[in-house]
Design a protein around this ligand. Structure first.
Ligand SMILES: CC(C)(COP(=O)(O)OP(=O)(O)OC[C@H]1O[C@@H](n2cnc3c(N)ncnc32)[C@H](O)[C@@H]1OP(=O)(O)O)[C@@H](O)C(=O)NCCC(=O)NCCS
Length: 247
């Protein structure tokens, strides 16, 4: 199946590499709002244009897409809009990832090299399970969360919508990481983390200096591609101090 990747930045290149490794899809291009990339190649794949080209997918014989944007809020917004237009959202799953047969995996999901998704885990739409993460039994990862490289989640961990679980962090069993919360790199989380809260350190404690901006209800009501561009710009401003999102 021919597919297009949305986002030609770092996350786009990561997703391209995963898709090249699993040989299931033919990546025929990127879409990106950055006009300076249009007509150029990124890792030998052309940047075809912006999101308006989604409307031409049928005519071009393109069967689906994946949103490769690191920002959790923007990735979710794009995926919902694409879904509402009836366009197929695919997953990028590296062949070296191990996924339990009884795990449940949504759409627009990235599961990178060496990830381990264990028994009865649920991964909702637009989640990134980054390189070498371990998600233990019966954990539940809600829409748009990012589980960074080397993260270890013990059994029965709940990661709420759009939480960011930083590189190399560890979360013990039965913990809930609240909606749009942030776990700093290398933290060891022993207690629940409240929504929109950043925690760092061992044991993890709240970091009041850090920035953590959740998506607003107003933004949730954008339903077409024009305002989405505005949304991305606003989100990039709000998240200018957010951690880098691609490896
Ligand atoms: C937690 C984090 C999000 C905070 O970023 P920020 O909002 O820019 O915060 P700052 O860098 O201003 O740091 C605020 C304070 O927290 C401390 N801090 C930040 N990250 C920390 C961490 N991971 N562990 C311990 N302390 C940390 C800083 O030293 C600073 O302390 P101070 O006020 O005493 O000087 C960020 O540092 C982080 O860990 N990001 C994870 C990156 C990652 O996982 N990338 C992988 C992408 S695939």
């Amino acid at each position: 199946m021919k597919i297009v990747i949305i986002g030609a930045g770092g996350q786009g290149r990561v997703v391209l590499d995963i898709l090249r490794n699993n040989h299931q899809f033919e990546v025929v291009g990127f879409l990106d709002s950055d006009k300076s990339l249009h007509g150029k190649n990124v890792d030998k794949v052309p940047v075809l244009g912006d999101m308006s080209l989604l409307e031409t997918f049928n005519a071009r014989g393109i069967g689906g897409t994946i949103v490769a944007i690191g920002d959790n809020n923007v990735r979710c917004q794009f995926a919902r809009i694409i879904n509402s237009h009836g366009i197929n959202l695919i997953n990028a799953i590296h062949p070296s990832a191990t996924i339990a047969q009884n795990a449940t995996i949504g759409k627009n999901v990235v599961i990178a090299q060496g990830s381990n998704i264990c028994a009865h885990v649920t991964i909702e739409d637009s989640v990134i399970c980054n390189t070498g993460c371990i998600i233990e039994h019966e954990s539940f990862i809600h829409e748009g969360a990012h589980i960074c490289p080397g993260v270890k989640l013990a059994g029965h961990v709940t990661v709420e919508q759009r939480a960011f679980v930083g590189i190399g962090s560890t979360v013990i069993q039965n913990i809930t990481l609240g909606e749009a919360s942030v776990v700093g790199a290398g933290a060891v989380v022993l207690k629940n983390v409240a929504p929109e809260t950043t925690v760092v350190g061992i044991p993890a404690h709240e970091c009041s200096n850090a920035i953590c901006s959740p998506i607003t209800e107003r933004e949730n009501h954008h339903r077409d591609f024009g305002p989405t561009m505005e949304l991305i710009c606003n989100s990039r401003k709000r998240h200018s101090r957010r951690p880098p999102v691609a490896v």
